[in-house]
Write a protein that binds this ligand. Structure first.
Ligand code: BG6
Length: 468
């Protein structure tokens, strides 16, 4: 079977991780510009000041994407380039930069898929309380509207937020992302609620502009599986799915929070400060949300937290490997002897992907889905000057097979975006952890080079995945 003609083969990036040009083009300072410069916060104290210099090399990069046959490029817009102080005037130079990106894509027939918020935002807003301050809701909606108005004639696919669970959990529980607050579940739930309201508001604004494109959100998709058939572990996995999936997906797709979590939060005194108007807004916007973007890398193997271990919030403990208890101490994630893991301890499980997709279909029906990220973080071998990223090819191949199978089962999947189009800066793992089809030589002027996976993906796209 070939993938359907309206299925998009894409690849992704995010502003802070590729652009650089951190103080150019009238851009404001972001939360990440500040946070990454606090010693010890990132691996080898790397930061995005230069990243892979996409800000200056976007033409070369998009040309390579076109050569690969990419059908769609998912990139993010940096809020601080568009509205440098978060709420004031729109910066024309910022608009021009993204106009250039979009127009360059369109020149080659590459569909631009834009994310409005992939974690970097104006530091001045962070200093006013960031996502804990309800002012952020209107500030975000205003920024979103500016983007719709500037780019909406050409951008027909919009993602509001990338991975709310990650920037909230890592920002308010683990403290390893800005604003660096540890173990404050009250703030964690408040921040996520404010994000959902900002999403709902932006969806309504987008629809009111009648630009006839689609808008959705991207969430982490790490379905939880019990390590065995013991009731207590099955309970733990279900608890995990409620807190880590349904809490995030329900308000977007059903317009209300999952009862199980709401009850739990009430008992623990963690209910966000929410108003009836906000809850009504979630309900009102839900039917207008066009799709859900899924970032799938790995499932979670979950068991009851028997030894009552507590979270140890260090950067090393929060780069995605199992071994952490949940914020409420109910469950923990574990590494299992019979599973396969990447060099960074992320389980490789195409089956876990398929199981999760089926779970979503059961709960949310035929909602349109895009895989907005999926890929392998690795240290790629260089053999006789060629980047032989064979494990990446294998990883993507196995996951694309699942996508094909899911489509055959009637799951409404409309596109696949590999993470990442080019090697880029990992928030907490520096440049060591590579994901791209295009290699960037940090020892030689950030020169680009096509990897083995580049040629492989090109062939997959050309043949519309027939041989998978
Ligand atoms: C996702 C993010 O969480 O995972 C990306 O949306 C990120 O921005 C990717 O780079 C991989 O994470 P890591 O930690 O391996 O770089």
């Amino acid at each position: 079977m070939k993938f359907p003609n309206d299925f998009l083969f894409g690849a992704a990036s995010a502003s802070y991780q590729v652009e650089g040009g951190w103080n150019e083009g009238g851009k404001g300072v972001t939360n990440w510009d500040v946070f990454s410069k606090i010693p010890g916060k990132t691996f080898e104290n790397t930061n995005g000041d230069v990243a892979v210099d996409h800000y200056h090399r976007y033409k070369e990069d998009i040309k390579l994407m076109a050569e690969m046959g990419l059908e769609s490029y998912r990139f993010s817009i940096s809020w601080a380039r568009i509205i440098p102080d978060g709420v004031g005037e729109v910066n024309q130079e910022g608009i021009e930069f993204y106009n250039n990106i979009i127009n360059e894509c369109l020149k080659y027939g590459i569909v631009p898929f834009a994310t409005l918020y992939h974690w970097d935002f104006p530091q001045v807003l962070e200093e006013q309380g960031g996502w804990l301050n309800k002012k952020m809701i209107d500030a975000f909606a205003k920024y979103a509207e500016a983007c719709f108005k500037a780019f909406g004639d050409r951008v027909k696919h919009w993602i509001t937020f990338n991975e709310t669970i990650n920037f909230c959990r890592l920002g308010y529980i683990a403290g390893v992302h800005p604003p660096g607050i540890t173990m404050d579940p009250k703030k964690y739930f408040q921040a996520s609620h404010n994000v959902f309201v900002a999403h709902a508001k932006s969806v309504k604004i987008y629809k009111s502009l009648r630009q006839f494109g689609e808008i959705g959100i991207t969430h982490v998709f790490s379905p939880a599986y019990s390590i065995d058939d013991k009731e207590e572990n099955k309970f733990a996995a279900n608890h995990c799915n409620n807190y880590e999936i349904f809490w995030y997906y329900d308000p977007i797709l059903k317009g209300e929070y999952p009862e199980y979590v709401v009850k739990g939060l009430m008992e623990k005194g963690l209910t966000p400060d929410w108003t009836k108007e906000e809850l009504d807004l979630l309900k009102e916007a839900a039917p207008y949300n066009d799709f859900m973007g899924l970032n799938y890398y790995k499932p979670q193997r979950v068991m009851k937290n028997i030894a009552n271990e507590e979270i140890n919030p260090t950067r090393e403990n929060f780069t995605g490997a199992p071994g952490n208890p949940s914020f409420d101490g109910v469950y923990k994630t574990v590494k299992m002897a019979d599973k396969v893991y990447t060099k960074w301890g992320w389980e490789i499980s195409p089956e876990g992907f398929l199981g999760g997709l089926r779970m979503l279909k059961e709960r949310y029906g035929d909602i349109k889905l895009y895989i907005t990220e999926n890929g392998l973080g690795d240290v790629d071998p260089i053999i006789e000057d060629e980047v032989m990223d064979i494990p990446r090819i294998k990883y993507i191949e196995e996951h694309l097979k699942v996508v094909k199978k899911a489509i055959n089962e009637g799951i409404n999947l409309k596109g696949y975006y590999a993470w990442s189009v080019i090697d880029l800066l990992s928030w907490l793992n520096g440049f060591k952890k590579q994901y791209g089809f295009i290699y960037v030589d940090h020892k030689d002027n950030l020169n680009r080079k096509k990897k083995a996976s580049f040629y492989w993906y090109k062939e997959v796209i050309e043949t519309r995945g027939e041989n998978l």
